[in-house]
Design a protein around this ligand. Sequence first.
Ligand code: C2O
Ligand code: CU
Length: 494
Amino acid sequence: MPSIGAGNEYIFPNAYAIKVMMTRRSLSRRSLLKCGLGTGAACMFPSLAATSVGDDVVELRAQNVQFKFRQTGGISKLWFYNGISPGPEIAVTKGDWVRVKFINDLDVPTSIHWHGIRIANQMDGVSGLTQEPVASGESFDYEFVAPDAGTYWYHAHHRSWEQVARGLYGALIIGDPQSKFDRAHDITLILDDWWLDEDGVLVEDFDNYMTGKQGGRIGNFFSINGRPAGDTIGVNAGEPYRLRLINAANARIFSLGLTDPGCKIIAYDGQALDNPVSTQEVPILMSPGQRVDLCFVPKTKEVISLVDLDGTMTPDSRDAEPAALFSFKSAGHAHSSEMPSVHSNGLQFPHTEDALMVRIRMEGGAVGGLKSAEYNGALLKAEDLIENGQVWTFNGVANMPTAPLFSVKRGRSVVLEMDNQTGWQHAMHIHGHHFQVLDFDGNSPMQIWHDTYLVDRLDTVRIAFIADNPGKWLIHCHMLQHAAAGMNTWFEVT
Ligand code: C2O
Ligand code: CU
């Protein structure tokens, strides 16, 4: 069992994610390592360099981990990359190759998906669509060019509703060579919630269609970078910081605030905003799979906190001020407080005039009970669907249809209308492409790119993108139990 110094109630194996830096033209092409967050805290993990197989190749190993969330509690069976969760942070520069030798030391098959990356299809890691799952004891080489700067993440994509919930995920940070933020001013926080029983053990009924048919698997133990909430780290007054938030939870939508009125949102889902927006005007709302990047400049003697606006993660503080999930305490004196600009990746805007129009009618779930639907090519009645764990449909089909939802010639624009006829919210994710949201409920939002977007209950959202990446791509709800229970489809770019 991985252990960490005694004295704290929780035993998480990683202090903070280890960052694996790969630079294209570094003098030594060896991977550099550092502990995250620049706190000077001792790094408690064995060096990854010891496990890498060669220059610029990162070795990721999915491993069984016996884990205690509470010192006095029971043992949970978790699955981690390289013995830690989040797995090692992989940091490269835009245009670099990412080379990962993946080894599956689990007893079950798995695969790795690189979420939000416009990647070659055969590297997308979707078991059953873009590759066979990697069997126990086998390995797979993932190799792709990092096309866009921004905040991305990787996670298991075979029975993801179980594998991600057991800890198989990590950050993938793609640096912008023109960026003014160095790694000491670039902080990644991965948020997750774990569902534990009274004994502090991870609840294992991953296939329970009841959680799947409601809001999904919502945890009761909250973590940031694999540690319980409430940490504080030191920052320098007057220096701008980039904060990258990643929602790795199965179903939870985070509603967050940063207690700094000057804080700006500078990117969504990895893609920089042309005009950063103040978090005073736009809340920090993150559905599963989404990322939000913030910039803040601490003042002299200031404590800035990331707070839980819902109060659902920290019920002890329900009536008080919103609880601090993570804090930054400034040292030194602030001289200036300028925010460096971030640069867009220059994605091509879709042409909506001659786009292929596609619609997804989303149905099912609790209350919206299905009467019948197609599943695996056959028309099934409600009882039989439930027997198969299926409670949601896209266009009357539960789970992966044999034929694609649509097939489109490379380069053509697609307008996809997502019509949510259910009483639940869904975090719709499209693989291999970023999209623009054209409108929702008649309102026209800002021109921003997403790879995952929260569609409200009984709402219709139209999105558009250029289908410029050949291959077979998944569209699914990132509330992972929803995907398990039917919310999956795919399209093909030819
Ligand atoms: Cu983040 Cu289909 O995945
Ligand atoms: Cu959903």
